[in-house]
Write a protein that binds this ligand. Structure first.
Ligand SMILES: CCCCC/C=C\C/C=C\C/C=C\C/C=C\CCCC(=O)SCCNC(=O)CCNC(=O)[C@H](O)C(C)(C)COP(=O)(O)OP(=O)(O)OC[C@H]1O[C@@H](n2cnc3c(N)ncnc32)[C@H](O)[C@@H]1OP(=O)(O)O
Length: 169
């Protein structure tokens, strides 16, 4: 993955484990998600409906089915939607640390086309935390958690107060 300096943890950044989280993986799984979230909401008719399936050690896992609603070129997933899927799983990894955080920067490498009808298996992990800045990496694989690599991502999430989500409304 060709990650920029902005998404690479600086020397001295700590790498937290889920063991130190104030929100446990179980809490997060139970909390579910916002129903109309384009990434994970089950109430969203054309959204990705990313399902988070497991918190395995310090990695979060998920997957989604690529449908004909998600096309860019005929029969292939749109790259922007694949970036959205990565945003979703990276965000899950950030929130699973017990931090409310939003995407500041998201970088993606598209390694292979993703056909309609395929399932993209998602994985994300935290690479470091410094102050409010949370550094994350992730990947998407075709058809199987160990299938061919299709997408790689690196991101900087920034921790925000609860008011971030209410002050504009
Ligand atoms: C978010 C989901 C909410 C859902 C809630 C519902 C249910 C919860 C259940 C489960 C949740 C599970 C998973 C979540 C899943 C998906 C997540 C999707 C996430 C998104 O899709 S979310 C939407 C897109 N996102 C935005 O809408 C952000 C807009 N933006 C801002 O709101 C501000 O921009 C902000 C807050 C980012 C920073 O603003 P600020 O004023 O607080 O702080 P400041 O600017 O000082 O930045 C602090 C330090 O970060 C560095 N920094 C910042 N941005 C940078 C960049 N781009 N590149 C390089 N460095 C950057 C600075 O350089 C500084 O670094 P330093 O401290 O070293 O100087």
């Amino acid at each position: 993955m060709t990650a920029s300096a902005a998404t690479t943890p600086p020397p001295g950044a700590t790498v937290p484990t889920l063991a130190g989280a104030t929100i446990t993986p179980g809490d997060l799984m139970r909390a579910g998600s916002y129903d109309m979230c384009f990434g994970c909401g089950t109430g969203h008719e054309t959204g990705l409906r990313v399902q988070r399936t497991a918190f395995d050690e310090d990695v979060v896992l998920g997957h989604f089915l690529v449908t004909d609603q998600h096309q860019g070129a005929p029969g292939l997933a749109h790259g922007g939607l694949l970036a959205t899927a990565m945003d979703e799983i990276l965000g899950t990894a950030a929130w699973s640390l017990g931090k409310m955080a939003v995407t500041g920067r998201l970088e993606t490498d598209f390694r292979a086309p993703v056909p309609v009808g395929s399932t993209l298996y998602l994985k994300a992990w935290c690479t470091g935390v410094e102050g409010r800045k949370i550094y994350l990496s992730g990947e998407g694989r075709l058809g199987d958690p160990d299938g061919p690599l299709a997408v790689q991502a690196a991101a900087l999430f920034v921790e925000v107060p609860r008011e971030h989500f209410t002050k504009e409304r």
